[in-house]
Design a protein around this ligand. Structure first.
Ligand code: UD1
Length: 370
């Protein structure tokens, strides 16, 4: 059986890594169970956003790089579709696996369904119910087109059933991003920055809703800079956010109050996250990782497609409300937070987030192939 994986953006690499391992040759076996082909769309192309992840995650170099790069949503999605179609026609995979909710994911899903190739979606069923988010559109379309839907948690199953997806296609397997975290967490201490003083807050922001609205971004950065009177604020800056910062030239002195870093490799970022006093983010994956690690997380969004990180984890939505962000951050820093009291029972608090999700997916694929 020939399985072709399509990845394009940083979080895809982290999610595909455990699948490539689980579908590879079992220890001691002479042959792999499946023939595997890896296609990188090139959506993320900087060395810091791509190559270093392949190295640290021990993902083999892609068999194909479509070199699609950046552009408008239509350009990027269409670019992946045009470049992927001939590869699929030539490779004739039995199954294509796509990951998460980025433009590369939906583009690959559309090409597969038109060519009649079976499609598996890893991280199916997540919904923010906010269609102004490009990722929500990508999730809705990809799930409708998929033959195998691998969900990370029960809310994913419920969302899919509500949308009329055949229950026989839905498989609750857990969270593959946590598989990678579990495997690599023991390596993180060697990647800790020696120059950090504790305690510190870790910030990431890259969603268009936060970084493309310049007046809002200015106020948000000023609020984060105020927090730096309480603790060091470390902020690895995504390329999209960097472009905005370069464009408007932030307040003088901001750089001395916020520790602005280049995008970090996986292990360096995980090390920072593990020991952070608090994480402030608009990322999806970081809401999940901080829940697993038991680190309090404030999400600067009005909604989340990962509500389990609130009900079972350390996540709290602060919305577009800087007073709320400030108050919630100060509460965590003072140590009064409900979130912090939950920390002790951190690991394995979400069912099936245990490091074995990819193995479950491999078993399901194997059973289907038999
Ligand atoms: C994409 C995903 C988002 C995911 C994020 C993870 C979509 C719609 N969005 O957002 O869901 O959370 O990846 O990082 O697919 N750029 C570079 N170098 C790179 C990549 C991007 O400089 O290697 C710059 C480009 O100028 C580009 C901008 O960043 O225009 C945004 O990149 P893009 O891939 O369009 O979306 P992300 O914001 O990275």
């Amino acid at each position: 059986m020939h399985i072709l994986h399509v990845v394009g953006a940083r979080p895809n690499f982290i999610k595909a890594a455990p699948l490539l391992r689980a579908l590879g040759a079992p220890a001691g076996a002479r042959h792999a169970l499946f023939r595997q082909t890896l296609v990188h769309t090139g959506q993320h192309y900087d060395a810091a956003m791509s190559d270093v992840f392949f190295q640290q995650l021990e993902v083999p170099p892609p068999d194909f790089n479509l070199g699609v790069g950046s552009g408008s949503h239509a350009q990027q999605t269409a670019g992946v579709m045009l470049a992927l179609e001939p590869v699929l026609l030539e490779q004739k995979p039995d199954l294509v696996l796509v990951y998460g909710d980025v433009n590369s994911t939906v583009a690959a899903a559309l090409v597969c369904s038109k060519l009649g190739i079976r499609l598996g979606h890893v991280e199916a069923g997540l919904r923010s119910r906010d269609r102004s988010m490009p990722e929500e559109i990508n999730r809705l379309v990809t799930d409708q087109l998929s033959d195998l839907l691998f969900t990370p948690s029960a809310d994913g199953d419920e969302n899919l059933l509500r949308e009329g997806i055949d229950p026989a296609k839905i498989h609750r397997v857990g969270n593959v991003m946590i598989d990678t975290l579990v495997r690599l967490l023991p390596l993180t201490d060697a990647h800790l920055s020696a120059q950090l003083s504790t305690p510190y807050a870790l910030v990431t922001l890259h969603r268009p809703s936060n970084v493309d609205d310049i007046p809002w971004l200015r106020e948000l950065l000023a609020t984060l800079a105020d927090l730096s009177s309480q603790l060091q604020v470390v902020f690895p800056v995504h390329p999209r956010t960097r472009q905005r910062l370069d464009g408007f030239g932030p307040e003088p002195g901001l750089g001395s109050r916020l520790r602005l870093l280049a995008p970090l490799p996986y292990l360096e970022f995980l090390a920072l996250q593990r020991y952070a006093a608090i994480v402030i983010t608009d990322s999806g994956g970081i809401q999940e990782e901080s829940t697993f690690l038991g680190v309090p997380c404030l999400t600067v969004r009005e909604n989340t497609e990962r509500p389990i990180t609130i009900s079972h984890g350390t996540n709290q939505l602060v919305g577009r409300d800087l007073q709320r962000l400030r108050a919630a951050a100060l509460e965590v820093i003072k140590g009064n937070s409900i979130l912090q009291k939950r920390e002790e029972a951190s690991h394995h608090r979400v069912p099936l987030w245990d490091g074995h999700a990819a193995e479950r997916i491999a078993e399901i694929i194997l059973r289907g192939a038999a």
